[in-house]
Design a binder for this molecule. Structure first.
Ligand code: HEC
Ligand code: HEC
Length: 391
């Protein structure tokens, strides 16, 4: 399966844009059907987000799932089974028919979703503990019998025999050291804007020109230069997200807005403490040859996260975030590398994002980063559309 990945990813990127277009189209058609179906307790959604059954045509078991989570959940099922979307969905001559129930695998998947929902409800107090991956581990047929001969089980050292407990710093000390390592709280408080230029390397090795402009906690403007589909500009002005490409200007909704909104915040990976309702030290670990302290926490939007700080430098090296959904925790990992000094602050010049969604898995390598350079406010707003037929 892996050897197809190059072609597959290119297809999927196109596919992703097709689906998101489809979403936007649906949003326009379903004229604000304000159903007040209650979302499950595990879902913390933004106010009044639509659920999948309000937006899609043939939802029988994922009812109540926030619209923005449909594609992450589909990608999660795809990844858990090690298949492509075509395993469950019909694609005739390059045309997708996600609504169709023609494939028996889609029906099996529905039965499986029901089973997962039920086992989590009855056995795991409603937490998404069991997921497709729990059994499938990247294959369609889970292995239910241990292979023989069984490996020798080496006795585990009892906890008190294990190596002596090391004094660990507290979460507050680790976070304070991180701010110190970045350049100190005075520098952080002074931070107003950041502009970055470099490349976006896709998971299948295509290199795209990439620019990011951020201002304060909620304004973003990005430019992605693709060889085949031209320039994609996108922005978020604190309330609305948009995209401008060769196909025109459109508002970003649902899943796309959800992805876009994760990055505007200039302080997202800097002012960490206020993002958590609980955070505590989870021990020591290693990333490559670096020793790291691990902090474990739950964010204000109910994601379980792990943060890894370099023991020596104090800098943040990795952030893993698990988003709870009905059918399991959907992980995303961000690695921060190549910290360099920019006007007295340390900034990572390489950011590696690993996601279950091949489109968002990427390595962003910057060649130029500037701090506190004024950015024209109009950049963040949706550009005025040339006369367009849509309402
Ligand atoms: C393991 C099977 C499986 C895989 C793989 C899968 N899906 Fe699905 N998909 C389903 C099932 C089942 C439903 C219907 C869910 C329900 O009834 O609540 C669905 C529904 C959908 C819908 C909504 C269709 C509608 O109008 O009701 C879309 C869109 C979709 N999938 C896209 C995708 C994409 C894109 C991929 C690949 C990234 C994908 N799916 C991979 C099983 C799968
Ligand atoms: C408790 C373990 C378990 C969980 C959890 C689980 N599955 Fe399965 N799944 C199985 C087993 C066992 C089979 C049967 C495989 C066989 O017949 O060889 C199966 C079969 C399937 C099949 C049919 C495969 C085929 O060859 O026709 C699909 C599709 C599937 N699972 C999707 C899912 C999805 C999607 C999820 C998550 C929503 C999921 N499963 C969660 C155990 C599980």
């Amino acid at each position: 399966m892996k050897n197809h990945s190059t072609k597959y990813s290119t297809r999927l990127r196109i596919l992703v844009s097709c689906i998101t277009l489809l979403f936007v189209a649906c949003v326009c058609i379903v004229v604000s059907a304000q159903g007040d179906s209650t979302t499950p307790a595990t879902q913390q959604t933004t106010t009044a987000e639509k659920t999948v059954e309000q937006v899609q045509k043939n939802i029988k078991v994922l009812t109540g799932l926030p619209e923005s989570q449909l594609l992450p959940v589909m990608n999660f099922m795809r990844g858990s089974l090690g298949v492509r979307c075509t395993y469950c969905h019909v694609n005739k001559d390059g045309k997708w028919d996600f609504v169709s129930d023609e494939k028996p695998e889609k029906s099996s998947a529905r039965e499986m979703i029901k089973m997962v929902l039920s086992v989590n409800k009855t056995t795991f107090k409603g937490n998404p503990t069991v997921s497709c991956y729990t059994c499938h581990r990247g294959r369609t047929s889970p292995v239910g019998v241990p292979p023989l001969p069984l490996p020798e089980v080496t006795p585990q050292p009892s906890p008190d025999q294990a190596k002596p407990k090391e004094e660990l710093p507290t979460a507050d000390q680790i976070l304070a050291k991180y701010h110190e390592a970045l350049g100190g709280s005075a520098m952080i408080e002074k931070l107003k804007t950041r502009s970055m230029k470099g490349t976006w390397l896709t998971s299948n090795g295509i290199s795209l020109g990439y620019e990011v402009y951020q201002s304060g906690p909620d304004k973003l403007y990005t430019v992605l230069n693709t060889p085949k589909q031209g320039v994609f500009e996108s922005g978020f002005d604190g309330t609305a997200g948009w995209e401008k490409s060769a196909r025109g200007i459109r508002a970003l909704e649902g899943e796309e807005l959800f992805y876009l909104r994760r990055y505007p915040d200039l302080f997202k990976d800097i002012k960490l403490k206020e993002q958590f309702t609980r955070i505590a030290v989870g021990g020591k670990d290693k990333i490559g040859d670096r020793e790291v302290y691990v902090l474990r926490g739950v964010t204000t939007d109910n994601k379980r996260e792990r943060l890894y700080f370099d023991v020596q430098s104090g800098l943040l090296l990795r952030r893993i975030s698990n988003m709870p959904t009905m059918i399991g925790q959907i992980p995303e990992q961000v690695d921060f590398e190549d910290y360099r000094d920019v006007d007295g602050m340390k900034v990572p010049f390489t950011i590696r994002i690993s996601s279950i969604d091949p489109f968002y898995s990427s390595m962003r390598k910057f060649t130029e980063i500037k701090l506190n350079v004024p950015i024209d406010e109009t950049k963040f707003h949706k550009p005025a559309a040339p006369a367009s037929p849509s309402p």
